[in-house]
Each structure stands twice: as structure tokens, then as C-alpha cells.
Design a protein around this ligand. Sequence first.
Ligand code: SF4
Ligand code: SF4
Ligand code: FES
Length: 326
Amino acid sequence: MEEQKEISFRIYRYNPHFDKKPYYDNIRITLEKGITVLRALNFIKENIDSKLTFRAFCQAGICGSCGLKINGVSKLACMTQVFKELEDSKEENVILIEPLNNFTIMRDLVVDMDPLVEKLKYYYSWVNPKMPVHELGKKEYLISEEKFQEYDQATDCILCASCVSECLMMEVNPNYISPAVLLKSYRMNVDERDSMQKTRLKKVTSDGGVWDCTHCYKCVEHCVKNIDIMKGIQGLRNSGMKTVSKRSEGAKHAKAFITDIKRKGRLVEFTLITRTLGFIKPIFMLPMMIKMLLRRRVPPPSFMMSEIPRIEKVRKIFRKLKKKNF
Ligand code: SF4
Ligand code: SF4
Ligand code: FES
């Protein structure tokens, strides 16, 4: 007989029609090894509390609808083993179940996905075929194996929104494009059958877009399909720099970073603001600059900064990257 345990599921509950504020329910059930969190939730709904509300469909890690926070981390309920999860529980035999972060909660574990869907629409997250309309569906539009490899991994995304839930930038700016939509934009933009690369890039590289990503890597760490989302983000930045957004603040900021690291091996913060924002915008930052001056927190100008001791090593890395067309 399989190993059994009595487990407490501490579940976030909130029904905006009846509850003044959210609360946690503790539901104890005995489960055997091999059961997933989704099956446990289904058991609770069928046998203990039919009002418990959550989303799920395929039960196989395909549809992306069962994204939840399990013990504080965004995951797919249908792909998470209860017994395995117990190893990370803060309290013995207790599993914490909550809705995804960075979304409005509609009821219990169900969040409002509409803002994400709207972003997918706004950033043209589909292939707009180059092929003339009258030829569509009549002949194949073949792409090279090599080109397909560039975005093969990105096609694994099931839009579960776990990465969106973990994204630090989403926490401070809900209008930020989000890692999932960045990945989609990249996937569509490298598809040679698509005709909207420039239009999409213009949107992706504007305010709230790819330049706002803080490189925290949380999305990569938590992607349920192990997709290298950062490769997509970097890809969009590179194409943006080469085409539409050479003069955007984000592009200028990145360029200033690269120039400094190549020249000195460290940042020349003294001129970083003017090199990014020009000379007009920083005028509005004068009060902050005066405060820094008074506190003697002004970084040294470029001529007072020497190169780091092993600058040649840094330059070698840049030469290597250049060869790889990075
Ligand atoms: S790396 Fe960028 S997109 Fe990914 S979680 Fe961090 S801020 Fe969000
Ligand atoms: S990138 Fe990964 S975590 Fe994000 S929505 Fe797609 S599959 Fe889910
Ligand atoms: S139910 Fe479809 S991914 Fe979990």
C-alpha cells in the first residue's frame, strides 16, 4: 500500500460578494503519495467544499489554466506533487495555496486574466502572414530549420502566467508589458513568415516595454516550461537597438552602460543621466542632485576614474560577443 499522510491545505478564500476581506481556510485531508495539488483541490471541491473556486482543464501541464502559488511560489497545480511540495513547507504537513500575484483576484484562487489578454492583443502577439491573402491555405509557407530553432523553445509557452506572477517589475508597474508577452513578441518577431516586426518592435520598445525589464531573472527561474525568457528579452533589445529604438531612453541607457564597461570596466555615473535623458529632463531632477551634492554623494567624473585592473579581460569578452554578433 502507498504511503499516506494527513495534510493540511491552507487555502486563500475570498468571495467579493460576501466576504469583507480575504481569509485562509484550513482543510485537512488524508492523501497517498503520487497525488498532485490539483487532484487534492478537486477532492476538496467534490467532497468537502463545493464552493472552492479554481481554474483547471487539461490536468497535464498543457492548457496553462491551473497556475497558482503553492507554498509561495507560482506553479502549475496539475504538475506539482503534494508529497514533494511538503519538503518545502514551512510548517510540517501544511501546504499553502494562494492565487497568482500581480493579478486582481476574482474569487478564491481565480484571477482576472483580461489585462494579460489585452496586452497580448496590444503587442500583436500573433503572426501576421507576409503571404498574400489569396494564397493563404493553398500552399505551405516553409521556414528553415535554422530559423525555427531560434524560437522553438518560446513556442512551448502555455500562457500559465506563473512568470507574470513572479515578475518584480509587474509589482511596481501593472502596465508593464510582462515577461509572457515579451516572450510572445520575441517569438512572433523572429518568425520569418511575419510581416509586422517593425510595428511590433516600436510598441515593445516604448514606455512600459522591454527597456523596463530589470533583469531580475525571476521569470526565467519560475517558468514552468524552463523557457529561457531572457533570451527573448535580449533578442528584442538587440533588434530594437538595430532598428526602431536607437534613440529611445532605454537604448541610450544600455549603450552608455556598454561604453563605460568597455572603456573603464565600471560605470561613469557622473554623466549617465545626461547620456540617457539628454540635458533638458535632468533639470527636473535638480532638487535630488542638490541633495546629493550636500551629502557629498556625487560620483566622480570620468577623468578622475581609472580603468579597473583587468580591463583587458573585459574587452576580450566584448570582442568575443562582437564576433557572435551579440
Ligand atoms: S527579468 Fe524582467 S521580465 Fe523577467 S521577472 Fe525580472 S523584470 Fe520581469
Ligand atoms: S513563459 Fe513560462 S511561466 Fe511564463 S506563461 Fe509561458 S510557460 Fe508560463
Ligand atoms: S490543468 Fe492544464 S496546465 Fe494544469
